[in-house]
Design a protein around this ligand. Structure first.
Ligand SMILES: Cc1cc2nc3c(=O)[nH]c(=O)nc-3n(C[C@H](O)[C@H](O)[C@H](O)COP(=O)(O)OP(=O)(O)OC[C@H]3O[C@@H](n4cnc5c(N)ncnc54)[C@H](O)[C@@H]3O)c2cc1C
Length: 390
């Protein structure tokens, strides 16, 4: 579907082998125990994956291509959404945001730390009262000399309790609504007033912590502000443009993993004296699953190519990729469970985990309802063609 460079082909071969040998055999255990897999962090770090997008001049892998990030994410999600999430978190949050809005000083200070692959990152926008309506967030930041003092609560933060760096959004001017939000790059270790609250017990993405962050008079140096005061929402939108397409890649991987499993099972499972794969009812389901995955893949890869080309108006495409691929993942994983029948409902096969994980891709980084709003608004902003030609 896309022409891979030699570098991408080699990297993907390595990741595919890694995923088959090290991720797939432990994916069910990570899901069952809900324990953060530090061994996967070590594995990805040793392979240079966590640091691959840090610029080369700071000691990182120097990879710029978001398409490469997407392809690896998809490959890992084929076996485990948790693995794909660990891999993608730092490149998507700290590395991307520092590249896009970091000052030269911030890059000099943080890229070398990120280049070892030892520092994990997260992002905290959502609050108990501010989900889809992120602009209504209540966290506050007030300037005191050369610091900002942060107060508030964030919820659902993915990897919040294992992250060394968290990009946090707070209002510096509550009277200005969306234009009063500012982004801060918080160092979590040893920062007074910062603590972890509730650990969520989730349906899927198990093994990856989702936690409440408590901010009580947390001092953040003014030089750790990302972008200007009041530009926080712009920073979030830059994040979402890539992050939503990456959710599309995670969804693709989940769907492909479920199809792989259903296809193999259908050829082995014998009922009425022949493999169920010979039944037209099953064949049609498999055909639809494969076709929908391919359509979603086209949309996700196309969006990645747009991001890599530096196109300005990618929000619409990221939203399309996110909601279409995640809706496909939900349908395909559900159909995979159906093809496996009663065994699909059991934890002996990965499809029930994939179905639970797929549900999340329809919800986080903006629900699929919100994505449809983004697409519709973008269409309507273009105005009516009829009117334009008259
Ligand atoms: C496992 C997990 C991990 C997460 N990780 C992070 C993270 O790392 N960092 C972070 O900041 N956040 C994170 N989130 C938060 C996530 O992005 C939000 O849950 C999501 O944006 C939805 O917000 P909400 O849960 O408050 O739902 P609500 O906004 O309360 O929405 C409830 C329902 O109403 C619908 N709805 C709301 N407004 C509209 C509208 N205008 N039009 C139509 N329908 C609408 C929604 O689509 C949804 O169906 C995570 C969430 C989960 C579940």
């Amino acid at each position: 579907m896309i022409d891979l460079t030699d570098e991408q082909r080699l990297l993907l071969q390595t990741v595919r082998r890694l995923a088959q040998e090290k991720i797939a055999p432990r994916a069910a255990e990570v899901d069952a125990t809900d324990q953060f897999p530090w061994d996967w962090v070590d594995l990805f770090r040793q392979q240079g994956l966590l640091q691959m997008m840090v610029p080369a001049e700071y000691g990182g892998g120097g990879i710029e291509s978001v398409t490469t990030l997407c392809l690896i994410t998809e490959e890992l999600a084929r076996h485990s959404l948790a693995a794909a999430s660990i891999f993608a978190s730092t490149p998507l949050t700290s590395v991307q945001l520092l590249k896009k809005v970091g000052t030269p000083e911030q890059k000099t200070r943080y890229f070398p730390q990120l280049s070892t692959g030892e520092k994990l990152s997260a992002i905290a926008l959502t609050e108990p009262g501010a989900g889809s309506d992120a602009a209504s967030l209540q966290a506050r930041a007030r300037r005191e000399g050369d610091h900002y003092i942060l107060n508030g609560r964030k919820c659902f933060c993915t990897m919040g309790d294992v992250a060394d760096f968290i990009t946090i959004f707070a209002k510096t001017d509550p009277t200005k609504g969306v234009n009063g939000i500012t982004a801060f790059f918080l160092e979590t270790k040893g920062t007074p007033g910062f603590s972890i609250g509730k650990h969520e017990n989730k349906m899927g993405l198990r093994g990856i912590p989702n936690v409440e962050l408590i901010l009580e008079e947390v001092p953040v140096p003014a030089e750790n502000r990302l972008g200007q005061e009041g530009e926080g929402f712009k920073v979030v939108m830059k994040f979402f443009d890539t992050a939503r397409a990456i959710v599309g890649a995670k969804a693709l991987g989940l769907a492909q993993g479920a199809l792989d499993c259903a296809l193999a099972y259908a050829q082995e499972r014998v009922q009425f004296g022949r493999p169920i794969a010979e039944l037209q009812a099953i064949q049609f389901m498999l055909a639809d699953m494969a076709t929908e995955i391919e359509a979603a893949r086209g949309l996700v890869y196309n969006t990645m190519a747009r991001i890599d080309r530096g196109e300005k108006e990618v929000s619409k495409y990221s939203a399309m990729a996110k909601y279409y691929a995640s809706d496909v993942a939900m349908k395909v994983t559900t159909d995979a469970v159906q093809i496996l029948g009663g065994y699909g409902y059991m934890k002996d096969y990965p499809v029930e985990r994939m179905m639970r994980d797929a549900k999340l891709t329809q919800i986080y980084d903006g629900t699929n309802q919100i994505q449809r709003i983004v697409v519709a608004r973008s269409l309507l902003k273009g105005g009516s063609r009829l009117r334009q030609t008259n």
